[in-house]
Design a protein around this ligand. Structure first.
Ligand code: HEC
Length: 115
């Protein structure tokens, strides 16, 4: 039994440090793919930093021709500074009900600026 316990302990430590590592590694990237808004993560609309098409605010779904164009985020760091990107993310937070702290928003902005 003891060996099982030790095995479990090591497993848990491994899992835990893995999670910690992923977070501290690139927190903004993690947030981009895993933070949950009303309509999924950022990646749901800005697929891999690209665009899923248009967002139809009437049907609240991705639409090939109707609605607001979902911008491609790759290269946004060349068009906008950190503060402007943060302002856009604040807007996303309001529109799509993301639970994000100011710190997380600046981490996201930093990640987007690197795309
Ligand atoms: C439901 C679809 C959807 C989700 C989810 C979403 N976005 Fe957006 N995003 C949009 C749309 C649509 C626009 C364009 C808004 C406009 O034109 O006013 C936009 C605009 C932006 C912009 C401005 C881009 C530019 O070129 O100025 C940024 C930055 C951005 N989103 C980041 C994010 C981040 C970070 C998340 C996750 C926290 C996120 N978005 C989640 C649909 C989405």
């Amino acid at each position: 039994m003891k060996i099982l316990y030790i095995f479990f302990l090591f497993f848990s430590i491994g899992l835990f440090s893995n999670l910690l590592f992923a977070k501290s590694d690139l927190p903004g990237k993690d947030l981009f793919y895993n933070s949950k808004g009303k309509y999924g993560s950022c990646n749901h609309c800005h697929v891999g930093g690209s665009s899923a098409g248009r967002w139809n605010f009437e049907t609240m779904s991705i639409d090939p021709d109707e609605g607001r164009k979902i911008p491609i985020l790759k290269g946004i760091g060349k068009r906008k500074n950190q503060e402007q990107i943060e302002r856009s993310i604040q807007l996303m937070k309001k529109l799509f009900d993301f639970k994000l702290t100011d710190e997380q928003i600046s981490q996201l902005a930093e990640y987007l600026g690197s795309l």
